[in-house]
Design a protein around this ligand. Structure first.
Ligand SMILES: [Fe+2]
Ligand SMILES: [Fe+2]
Length: 171
């Protein structure tokens, strides 16, 4: 496939939206896998909840495409591909469940920060391109969800939720 030619902010917005769409679709499956493989209940439940939210993210990105009068289309998100590859590489090496939980917690926070950066960038481009609320509202809702998910993971890493795990790993 030949590379698209981007000549204005509107083109650029669609280009970026396609990669965000690919990201959300891939994360639905990845979060399901993280939930299944994490052995800490709080972490596992957190990933499962965010997997369900991420299904809604996919639909909201689709509604942004529709508001632009376009069919939703995906462009490979190379950053998410790398995150998934990194997880696969890690899974081959780890032999301790709590080490795995800690690694997934960090990977989860990293992923949310990437999502947040993507949505912030999209919203900046959309506003400069003069796109309407029908396009930006669903993206703002997704951004709110990502920020909440990041806060929850940060709470898990610093709060009492993983106390037993940290005690075991540091004793
Ligand atoms: Fe998301
Ligand atoms: Fe997320």
């Amino acid at each position: 496939m030949s590379a698209p030619r981007l000549t204005n902010l509107g083109d650029q917005f669609v280009y970026e939206l396609e990669a965000v769409y690919d990201m959300e679709v891939k994360l639905v499956e990845a979060l399901g896998e993280l939930s299944y493989m994490a052995t800490n209940d709080k972490l596992s439940e957190g990933f499962a909840t965010h997997r369900d939210e991420t299904k809604a993210h996919v639909e909201r990105v689709e509604s942004a495409f529709q508001a632009l009068g376009r069919e939703p289309s995906r462009r490979d998100n190379l950053v998410v591909d790398a995150l998934l590859e990194e997880k696969a590489q890690y899974d081959e090496s780890v032999v301790d469940d709590d080490l795995r939980n800690v690694h997934y917690l960090t990977a989860g926070m990293k992923t949310e920060r990437i999502e947040i950066s993507n949505y912030e960038g999209l919203l900046t481009t959309a506003k400069k391109a003069g796109l309407g609320d029908e396009v930006t509202d669903p993206l703002e809702e997704n951004l709110d969800d990502e920020e909440n998910a990041l806060r929850k993971l940060e709470g898990l890493s610093t709060g009492s939720g993983l106390k037993a795990l940290w005690t075991r790993l540091t004793s």
